[in-house]
Design a protein around this ligand. Structure first.
Ligand code: DSN
Length: 428
């Protein structure tokens, strides 16, 4: 797959707005010369970017295909129908709403469709790897509804240390009888047992929702089990492992629920759809339906496993002791009690490795400081990197973590990062 080159090759932008053209160029260079290891980011294709940068940005299309509130939507109807058809084929389900502007908006739509204010639902807390929209007190999902958070296994003597504590989920579900049971996370390195969640949801009488924003590309490529047919509703973003434009998606097999979600997105919580982004989603689904995407998804997981092993071999402790998917959480404090996620992510950035600080399960530090760093392989894999490069990157990360922030050491790591980036340019 190829990724876009410099945007200033679009003469109109350079002529009309040299300031923005310069900044886009600078950002392209930054992406070219750094290792993108934020687990939720990727490098999308130039085809996706062409759709998102097209004339489809010009039009209002409130409503759904063939039922619009404005004239002139004939081609937009076809774009949205294609996006829906491809999304359902890709994820093996019957209905899709492709209009959510983001994963957060998709989740708001589902809550608006299925819950009344004050209703109870179950999810994982942000600090254990959940998401802001899964019940954080500063988010609508926590302010207007009643989240009950289920735990991970924190006991290191257990073989399933760091996994979802499914027995606890069941116990809490029977105690609280949530209307909605939510699975799917932002910093969880293990496979999700959707079948087990289905059994628990059936037992307690809840609807089952999976937010697969992080693993959507792995699901699409067959590198993680599918939430269907187990889940009643699945939400996702399209820009993480799925490698599409920034946006959201709601999927279901139930006609009744699909109607509710459509109403909840428009007119319930959004206005005009971003049709240029929906076209980008359609292109992304088309790309993900090609056999090469399954190879990509498998490689993402293989690379994460190689990186996890290499980091562990260099003395770094991983939450849950490893990974089954595209990400891992390094629990820095186990190796260096003074090293915080805040410092480590800053030093990584200075070295040209882009990652984010992250709380680890049971973290003693605040979310602004943290004891962990989250690392992901989706974007590295898009550049064509494989396990030998994961060994090199583990070395670079290890040198950075042990540098104590020494500027000369970080400069030396950065030189090696740039060389690796030069060997794996965008467009692989
Ligand atoms: N911000 C995303 C992440 O990094 O996981 C989730 O929305």
């Amino acid at each position: 797959m190829s990724t876009a080159g410099t945007h200033t090759s679009i003469p109109s932008l350079t002529e009309t707005d040299p300031d923005i053209a310069r900044l886009i160029d600078a950002e392209q260079k930054r992406q070219d010369q750094t290792l993108e290891m934020i687990a939720s980011e990727n490098h999308t294709s130039s085809a996706v970017m062409a759709a998102v940068g097209s004339c489809l940005t010009n039009k209002y299309c409130e409503g759904y295909p063939r039922k619009r509130y404005y004239s002139g939507c004939e081609f937009y109807d076809e774009v949205e129908e294609l996006a829906i058809e491809r999304a359902t084929r890709l994820f093996n389900c019957r209905f899709a709403n492709v209009q959510p502007h983001s994963g957060a908006n998709a989740n708001v739509g589902v809550f608006f469709a299925l819950l009344e204010p004050g209703d109870t639902y179950m999810s994982v807390v942000l600090s254990d790897g959940g998401h802001l929209t899964h019940g954080s007190p500063v988010n609508l999902s926590g302010k207007w509804f009643k989240p009950v958070h289920y735990p991970l296994v924190y006991d290191e003597s257990r073989p399933d240390y760091g996994y979802i504590d499914y027995d606890a989920v069941e116990k809490l579900a029977m105690e609280h009888k949530p209307k909605l049971l939510m699975c799917g996370y932002s910093a969880y390195p293990r496979v999700i047992d959707f079948e087990r969640f289905r059994r628990i949801a059936d037992k307690c009488g809840a609807l089952l929702m999976a937010d697969i924003a992080h693993i959507a590309g792995l699901v699409a490529g067959g590198a993680h089990p599918s939430p269907f047919p187990h889940c009643d509703v699945v939400t996702t973003t399209t820009h993480k492992t799925l490698r599409g434009p920034r946006g959201g998606l709601i999927l279901t097999n139930s006609e009744d629920l699909a109607k509710k979600f459509d109403k909840a997105i428009f007119p319930g919580t959004q206005g005009g759809p971003l049709m240029h982004v929906i076209a980008g989603k359609a292109v992304c689904f088309h790309e993900a339906l090609q056999p090469a995407f399954a190879d990509y998804a498998r490689q993402v997981v293989t690379n994460a496993a190689a990186l996890a092993e290499a980091l562990t071999g260099r003395g770094w402790h991983l939450a849950s002791r490893g990974t089954d998917n595209h990400l891992m959480l390094v629990d820095l404090s186990r190796t260096d009690p003074d090293l915080t996620g805040k410092d480590a992510s800053l030093w990584l950035e200075q070295a040209g490795i882009i990652a984010n600080k992250n709380t680890v399960p049971n973290d003693a530090r605040s979310p602004f400081v943290t004891s962990g760093v989250r690392l992901g392989t989706p974007a590295l894999t898009t550049r064509g990197m494989k396990p030998p490069q994961m060994q090199t990157i583990a070395d670079l990360i290890d040198r950075t973590f042990r540098s104590k922030g020494n500027a000369d050491d970080l400069k030396a790591v950065n030189a090696d990062v740039r060389e690796l980036c030069r060997q794996f340019p965008m467009g692989h």
